[in-house]
Design a binder for this molecule. Sequence first.
Ligand code: TXA
Ligand code: MG
Length: 358
Amino acid sequence: MQTEYVVMTEDSIDSEAILRAGRILKEGGLVAFPTETVYGLGGDALCPSSSEKIYAAKGRPSDNPLIVHVCDADAIPPIISKDLPGCAAGWRKLADAFWPGPLTMIFPKSPMVPYATTGGLDTVAIRFPSNRIAAALIDAAGGYVAAPSANRSGRPSPTSAKYCLEDLDGKIEMIIDGGTVGIGLESTIIDLTGEEPVILRPGYVTRDMLGSVLGRVEVDRAVISDDSSVKPRAPGMKYRHYAPKGDLTIVTWRGESTVGYIRGKLKEACAAGRRTGVICTDETAGEYEADLVRSAGPRGDREENARRLFDILRSFDDEGIEVIWSESFPEEGIGEALMNRLKKAAGGKVADPDGGAV
Ligand code: TXA
Ligand code: MG
């Protein structure tokens, strides 16, 4: 299949291309498009065969449910159950506070949403993205677009259209290039199907922000725990994800001793003839000698660090890097989501320069 590649910006939307893209989706095809978090791979959420095509194009296990994207909060009632548990009843307060934006809410589903889209679950994840290209596309497609991140399964989510092309060229009908995304990590997911609201995946919208609207918010134990035997409630969180081909270890940030530790490891790996990489910050980038040193920006600029992470993780594969050490980042604000993704990429491997490997 020939993949059509179109370029536009949020300020000058190519409405003809959007109409064409909308038609592709209505006819059961697939379109990759920008959102404020990461690029999505869109298909008609109400059409089972479109969802099946999404799984096939990504190489994704079909028990891993898709997020349904809408462009209007009033599109929600038809696709969720009429009998909502107590904690979901207040969803409009969350919508008013965070939509359009990087928050996904999970509800009991109505029969309108096919099981092919929800990975066989009776619940549905829904998000209203703020990117105006995304909103225009969803509208042109009839209002319900299923979209996982537009990467091959297991790879880092795409933060620019070139990565969609790298992973999906020839497998989908169209890619809409809307520039580099603003946030760079996937949406926060909150489960509203139980007694208490529970965060299943951390993101830009933090627990404190959600708590200020809802009062009490829990976090899925699997997100906080370092014990990998705790099963996550979001099926997608159980997979090793984002991982570069090289062997990645996170080194707990303790200033000088972290820099010294990584320098020592680099020396050993270099002597063994291995290709080495480092993930660090602007303050320390000059300290390391490795085949590829990538800075995530100034230490403490958490939003910039988050924006760069997936691009950095992909770059090590391009350079054939075999072993990588990453400084850790503060787990505050979006830093919590950043460290959640980094730990997944490292398969949970963290070393403490003052205490040996953990
Ligand atoms: O920012 C985002 O959320 C991006 C953009 C494109 O919107 N999308 C995204 O989709 O990250 P994806 O498919 O890569 O991740 C969706 C996550 C998976 O971990 C999946 O298991 C979980 O959401 N999920 C979806 N529906 C669910 C449900 N009904 N119950 C529990 N987890 C669900
Ligand atoms: Mg994904």
